[in-house]
Write a protein of this length. Sequence first.
Length: 154
Amino acid sequence: MGWATYFAFIFAAINTLTVTYFLAIERYPELSAIFPNFIHYVVIISIIGIPLLVVVGYVHYKRTLAYRAEVDVALESNPYQVRNVVNNSINVELALRMFEMILKLSKNQKLTENEIAELTKTHKKFLDFNTSRSFINKMDIDYVRKNISKKHHA
């Protein structure tokens, strides 16, 4: 993982710098005046390139729809990842409901008939969902689109 994530980028950068300098910069006197040797070229490109790449990466993740599209494709192509997202969402929702009940019961208050009916309805909904979904059908991705995405946009 470290090789693919870090060293591949480092070696790709070294390769790009080497190839562009020795195949392009050295052959054009105008560019050779700006970059008299390879070390100057690497330093100047690094000073300009690293901040530029950081800004481009920030814009990619925070300001464009490109990253969102990448995540959507990753979720649609990996049912196990979608299952984890859905399970976590359901767990948070159920934990919050349980905390509400625990707080109410700790104050020696009884659950109302409406609250009990709501809990029964929620239990049936998640039980039916859990028994119906599989890694083959699209119920998990539909759940993400209907329940998680609408909360994120609200």
